[in-house]
Write a protein that binds this ligand. Structure first.
Ligand code: CA
Length: 219
């Protein structure tokens, strides 16, 4: 899952970046509204954390522009304390959730998990496909109750596929959602990760749809 962080305060931005990377997200950052708007229109983010007080273009305007252009990614706004009217304006502009500064990283991460699963039409934080379960809170993957050890990239690929059960996901889409923009991307590596996942999981679980991509299917 890939998250865009928009925050002009360097220390808080770094704190957010570190927390999200540790939680297994691919992260891109912007420190002003113009760059944020540009990045957000790329369509490859699973969620956005958006500060409203931003230089160049304010966060509320950026959010309105995204929504006017039909971009549906979940957006969580960061607002100043004791500013309820800012929250109302943000939610009316299309925000899906809000968090007041200062906040605990654990709360931000829990809210992000919620936004991402609801955007996928999923209700539970534990994703299930046949005997396979993935707990998005702990990052634990298990098969018939037995824990499966995955590398961070294998986990990212599986997590993305499990958020889209039954859907065909292309290699390009997977690449865009597990790597940040700066990363030296190579969609061939996706094939390698899927190959390794198939060795650790029932091989028929990840189906190859020729010429289109992969699909997670419950046996
Ligand atoms: Ca700010």
């Amino acid at each position: 899952m890939r998250v865009l962080i928009v925050e002009d305060e360097p220390q808080l931005r770094e704190q957010l970046r570190a927390g999200l990377v540790e939680a297994g997200y691919a992260v891109d950052e912007a420190d002003n509204g113009r760059d944020a708007h540009h990045l957000g229109t790329s369509g490859a983010f699973d969620a956005v954390v958006l500060d409203l007080g931003l230089p160049v273009i304010d966060g509320l305007t950026v959010l309105k522009r995204w929504r006017d252009a039909g971009h549906l990614m979940p957006v969580m706004i960061l607002t100043a304390r004791d500013n309820w009217s800012e929250k109302v304006a943000g939610i009316d502009a299309g925000a899906d959730d809000d968090l007041t500064k200062p906040f605990h990283m654990e709360e931000l991460l829990a809210r992000l998990r919620g936004l991402i699963r609801r955007a996928s039409g999923l209700a539970s934080p534990v994703l299930v496909c046949g005997a396979l379960t993935l707990d998005t809170r702990s990052g634990r993957v298990s098969l018939g109750g037995q824990t499966i050890a995955l590398t961070s990239h294998e986990y990212k690929v599986l997590d993305y596929l499990m958020h889209r059960p039954g859907a065909v996901v292309s290699r390009t889409e997977l690449t865009e959602h597990i790597y940040s923009q700066d990363f030296d991307r190579d969609s061939n590596t996706i094939e390698v990760f899927v190959g390794r996942l198939r060795k650790k999981l029932p091989p028929e679980l990840i189906e190859t749809v020729r010429g289109l991509g992969y699909r997670l299917v419950a046996p």
